[in-house]
Design a protein around this ligand. Structure first.
Ligand code: GDP
Ligand code: MN
Length: 390
């Protein structure tokens, strides 16, 4: 799960990591009211969307007067920002962060991330922080510092000193940095984060560290025990069909293709997507209805698949292990009577009670194709979707 910059900064604050004074605004009036409260000589107006690269896309601007804050808030609120992280359709700005300006001495990059390869928490840092960090990482990997923290031992001051010296920090701020990195590590562990990133971490002209930006991602498997993180969820920023699927315990990820896939088990779902591609099609989604699929899950899954206007055909590929194929067949029959499918449907059932399931489908009189193998099914649905039979 992702959160907004203003939310990450609230967490930073609670853990003693310095951030600029400021608050979230949902309207131009609120933005002006906050600027009045802050009464700083420079006010920063920042778009709050779940994507980085806002600065270059015109989503972060500095204002020198209250009138200027008003003009910028009016300009940025409601604007569609297109950044390398939003996809070509961009994201509409619905919230702003209004902050006091900070006088920047130097911009560093600092992050913590779960590093699976080394089974540790990696500190990733660079002197070349700011908006060009991706380019630095690509062209000058030697400028990216990595220090690994074994989570069974936890953060020790030597980790912080090692990063501080590699960054070439002035001696008199090393202790402050060691403390800051320790706080960031505590936050990371306490909240089950998978990533926390400060870019830029600023050393101000009067030699103080300030987190000028903040990004956090969380491990969804830890959310059950992270009430305050869950409260940060912003459904405006998430794919609505994915939200609906999650409510029904379906594992759904929307993709860009036209073949809707309904599969049980993540492995079979991946294999199905591969086979659809091999047959010349593009999957519209990943959908795992789970090992315990029932009639009801199948119905919900159909609803979600068909709500995607790009879907030109649906391929149901079920292997009955614990799941019994005749129940899935019953679910398909019920579902297709309730929701108008309107696109070609190919079903492949194999495993427990597959023959009975296939018999039920054939006897149902529904307009669908039954395939004997996964490969046949994929070829069939791709051909039908291309023909546009409805
Ligand atoms: P991102 O582009 O989405 O990563 O947004 P950031 O929050 O990192 O902002 C982009 C850039 O705006 C930063 O790298 C800074 O250079 C600049 N910026 C942000 N806040 C301030 C500020 O308070 N003062 C000044 N001078 N620049 C700022
Ligand atoms: Mn940034």
């Amino acid at each position: 799960m992702n959160i907004h910059e203003f939310q990450a900064k609230q967490l930073f604050s609670r853990y003693g990591i310095p951030v600029p004074r400021g608050r979230r605004a949902d309207s131009v009036e609120e933005a002006v009211a906050i600027a009045n409260e802050l009464a700083s000589s420079v006010t920063v107006v920042k778009a709050q969307i779940h994507a980085g690269g806002r600065g270059k896309a015109g989503g972060v601007k500095l204002a020198k007067s209250r009138d200027h804050v008003e003009a910028l808030a009016r300009e940025i609120l409601g604007k569609t920002l297109v950044t390398p992280q939003t996809g070509p359709q961009g994201k509409v700005v619905k919230k702003l962060l209004i902050e006091e300006g900070v006088s920047i001495g130097h911009e560093f990059y600092l992050s913590l991330v779960v590093d699976r390869a080394s089974a540790s928490i990696a500190v990733v840092a660079s002197r070349e922080g700011g908006m060009e960090i991706e380019e630095v990482a690509a062209k000058h990997p030697e400028k990216i510092i990595k220090v690994f923290i074994d989570p069974t031992i936890g953060y020790q001051p030597f980790h912080g000193r090692r990063v501080a010296f590699a960054l070439g920090l002035p001696k008199d701020v090393v202790n402050a940095f060691v403390k800051l990195l320790g706080s960031l590590y505590s936050l990371f562990m306490a909240k089950d984060a998978s990533l926390v990133e400060i870019n830029p971490l600023v050393l101000t002209t009067d030699q103080k560290f300030v987190a000028l930006d903040g990004k956090m991602n969380f491990d969804d498997n830890g959310l059950f025990r992270q009430e305050d993180v869950r409260a940060f969820r912003d459904l405006d920023e998430e794919e609505p069909l994915e939200t609906k699927a999650a409510e029904h315990n379906l594992n759904y990820v929307k993709l860009d293709g036209t073949i809707g896939c309904m599969v049980n088990g993540a492995g079979l779902a991946m294999a199905t997507m591969d086979v659809v591609k091999l047959a010349g099609g593009e999957p519209a989604n990943f959908l795992d209805v789970g090992g315990g699929a029932t009639k009801e899950t199948v119905k919900e899954a159909f609803g979600i698949l068909l709500a995607d206007p790009h879907v030109r055909g649906v391929f149901v590929n079920i292997f009955g292990g614990i799941v019994r194929c005749e129940r899935i067949a019953g679910g398909i029959i019920d579902a297709t009577r309730e929701v108008r499918v309107g696109v070609p449907l190919v079903v492949r059932l194999d495993g427990t009670n597959a023959d009975e399931g296939k018999r039920m489908l054939a006897a149902s009189g529904l307009d669908l194709d039954v395939a004997d193998t996964m490969w046949q099914g994929a070829q069939r649905i791709v051909a039908l979707a291309q023909k546009g039979r409805a």
